[in-house]
Design a protein around this ligand. Structure first.
Ligand code: SF4
Ligand code: ZN
Length: 308
């Protein structure tokens, strides 16, 4: 098998029957990211775009490809890595992300759960009653938003890929969570909430890994020790099995959701400022403050910073 240009094949894409050599694959991949950004009008000329990075393959590839096309799109990039405080896991991601940022001449912003909330994720999960991914998701979202506001960013790009999107859509269908389904569109309901964009949402996870390997990108392949407790893993396996029998089903899932999203409107959420941290929220006290406050109460720490 060889590429249409005659080059040595490195990839056979099952769902389209195409064969790619390395240069043709890189061209296709970078063009796809560019076209996805244009198709969904993800950025405007002159915008400051935050890039959420972790040192893993998705966000490393995202930052590397965006760095190549930022000039053409006339945007500037600001990588941010949130250190959750997960022992024997997070360090390797930070090292990989620091190396990528150094190679691409970016300064990496590195906020941490510990600095911002007084707790590492390890402490939260061992002392609290919720699943680690609940603490992680809620606090990471808050810290990224806070950082984006501090840096006066226009949008935040994340490394979510086609597989992540398909999984999130299926999970929310199964739980009937329409509000979260709408949130996948990334529309911020408050001017202080950063709008999110997902330039890799049309690219399957395995193509992202291939791009990282072919281009020798520095990535951490360590898996979060809490990942096995994640319900998403079961959904991922289910969709991957479907994809085996029916190549292209991941695209069908997101296309179906896009059609549905056009026909329905999210309920308007009334936003206000959290009584504790002053960040935007739909409640009196934001979920992040609520979660950390529960642990302070358990520890017998003061609750004086929580207003009525
Ligand atoms: Fe956070 Fe859960 Fe992901 Fe680990 S698996 S990084 S705890 S969301
Ligand atoms: Zn708060």
């Amino acid at each position: 098998m060889e590429c249409t240009c005659g080059g040595k094949a490195v990839y056979f894409r099952r769902y389209s029957g195409q064969v790619f050599c390395k240069p043709c694959f890189n061209n296709y991949f970078e063009r796809k990211v560019h076209d996805t950004i244009r198709k969904h009008t993800m950025v405007q000329r002159g915008e400051k775009i935050g890039v959420g990075v972790s040192g893993g393959k998705d966000s490393t590839v995202l930052l590397s490809v965006l760095a190549k096309i930022a000039g053409n799109l006339e945007i500037t990039l600001h990588p941010i890595l949130v250190d959750e405080g997960i022992e024997d896991y997070r360090e390797s991601g930070i090292c990989a992300a620091e190396k990528t940022c150094k190679d691409l001449s970016f300064i990496l912003d590195l906020p941490s759960f510990k600095e911002e909330t007084d707790f590492t994720l390890d402490e939260l999960q061992s002392e609290g009653d919720h699943k680690p991914c609940t603490y992680c998701g809620v606090l990471r979202r808050k810290l990224l938003n806070q950082k984006a506001n501090e840096l006066m960013l226009d949008k935040l790009a994340t490394g979510h890929n086609l597989d992540d999107e398909a999984q999130a859509i299926m999970m929310n269908y199964i739980s009937g969570n329409i509000e979260r389904l709408h949130r996948l569109k990334g529309n911020a309901s408050d001017p202080d909430l950063i709008k999110r964009i997902k330039p890799l949402r049309e690219l399957p996870e395995k193509e992202i890994m291939l791009y990282a390997l072919l281009n020798n990108l520095e990535i951490s392949t360590d898996e979060c020790p809490y990942a096995k407790e994640n319900h998403r893993t079961k959904i991922r396996d289910f969709i991957n099995n479907l994809e085996q029998d029916q190549p292209g089903v991941k695209y069908s899932i997101i296309r179906g959701w896009e059609k549905l999203a056009k026909t329905s409107r999210p309920e308007k959420t009334q936003m206000q400022k959290c009584n504790v941290c002053n960040q935007p929220t739909s409640r009196k006290i934001c979920r992040a403050c609520e979660l950390t406050e529960e642990i302070k109460i358990k520890r017998g720490d003061t609750t004086k910073d929580v207003a009525d």
